[in-house]
Design a protein. Sequence first.
Lengths: 286, 353
Amino acid sequence: MLGRRGALRFLALPPYAWLGLFFVLPLILIIAISFRPETGPINFDDPWAPSLVQYQRVWETASYLRLLGISVLMALVVAGTATLLAYPIAYFLAFRARDRAVFYLVLLLIPFAASYLLKIMAWRLMLGQEGAINSFLQFIGLTAEPLDLLLYSRAAVIIALVYVWIPFAALPVYAAMQRIDRGHQEAAADLGAGPWSRFWRITVPLSLPGALAAFFMVFIPTVGEYVTPSLVGGTEGFMYGNLIQDFFTSAANWAQGSALSVIMLVVTLVLVVVALRVVNVRRLTT
Amino acid sequence: MLARTHRLRTALATFATTALVLASCQGAEPQELLVLEWAGYEAEDFWTDFQTANPEVPVDFEFGSTDADILSLMQAGSQADVFHFYTGWQQFYVDEGLVREIDTSKLTNWDAVPADMQALGQIDGKQYFIPWDWGFSSILYNTEQLPDGVSSWDVLFNEEYAEHIAMWDDGPAAVTVSAYINGWDETAITDEQLAQIEEDWIAQKPLNLHYWDSEYENLCPEVISGDIWVAYAWPGCYATALYEGVPVAYANPEEGRNSWVGLYGINADTDSYELALEFLDLKLAELTCGNAVSLFYYGCANGDVMAAVADPVLIEAFGLNDPSILEATNFTPPVTAEQRDAWTAMWTRVKAE
């Protein structure tokens, strides 16, 4: 007999194996390939010695590092905006929807069923020179000509990404709000606290872990985003993820692409760790 | 003793028979095909003759997005029996031992391919590749926005058309255009010239509405809508726009058009050589080749098919009514691995700026 601990370990084996095979192993391969010296397609039968030349090339190309900085900034804007916009949605679901909470939750989850590409392509129609937004602005007389900056720009990338991430960001915030003991609210009300006071001093601090989870859940993948910039970003909206994609596909330079990926991974992890230390969640929630 | 010997002989006979049967089974080719293709080319119209002749043979596809991607997939050990790429990359496949020589005596449609096209698939006198699709690269422009026409590739750098230009997202193409404009030998670009090319394209970047990487997805719709007035383009988009009644023209720049040819090769490690050969032969057949021309507006290597084109739009798009067009056309030359890597890295730096 396995015993309780043994049974738990046995049950955990398949997911660990899955993670090991499809996450850890590819990560190790990427890191290993980043130390190859080739500038083009790799012949894996060729002998090789580990080299830092790929990292050196990235360090020497100012535009790559600058693009990483721009991508991090864009990811911060997208994560912050998506979390802010998702917060009232989560609040409504947790405190106002009551019996219809499940219904509204299903409405929130419906966009998950739609193809990601379809959603982004829809934004191309919305943001285009003859799209819905420009047509409306001209119809109400706010603009005389179509606005160029709505499509094929950094703004277009941010708008489309915020739209895609709002439903994702709402879920952890909603989960955190659901865990808030309603008794705190009642006690505060009994002691004379008004609605805004209860919101700022009880709801916000206790939902902060969920908001932070939402923020990082959006921030981390957005740093490496490449599909949306390629569809709506034009020449201006190019992001660091597009650079990695280019090296893997157009240049077939897997080694350089891998080095860029490792750098992005390290930078993102450092930023997340620093942010978690700066924002002491425990201090805010106690 | 005799019974034991009899059992031993029976066992040995059974073993030998089984081995013979298994060996003969392994000698037979698998009846399935895997093709490494570009997205869109998996359409059944592009292999209809093979499907009709071999309805029971499943044909699967895996995809590459660029010539470099397809080469790297083949180098990484792709199991594709047949692969498709474009001129300039032939030598790499031969040097890496990735491709098998083609027995053209088994190709029933080979004689319909013009000799100069056949030659594109030859390395050191051996036929390694079959030409299939072809076309020009030139400037597609809106004649209402550019009533004076286009005489040079440098129109892509004209600030007068800022945010209405679309360049193909391809480093070697950018180098080729710059070589044409500056009168440089595109097979011998120096480091100083490449640095100048990089600066020029960084300065050109804001003039683009966007770079395009899929002709029918993010170039043609905006040529038709009028958002793009000037584009590096292939005849497919030209024909599409003409069919839509859009006032466009396809330039004959003073530097000459560029021309490209798609080639198919057979994987050196394939177990389905005969089937792959039949697949390539039937790619050149009248109906399949005709579909490439009439449905997707690409030229096809079967000369009889091209000679039979009667649609005036397609005649215009392919320049079939201009016997001098090929004389003024620059065919994509082979590039070295160093050039390929340097030019694509240059383009990545342009996009990162």
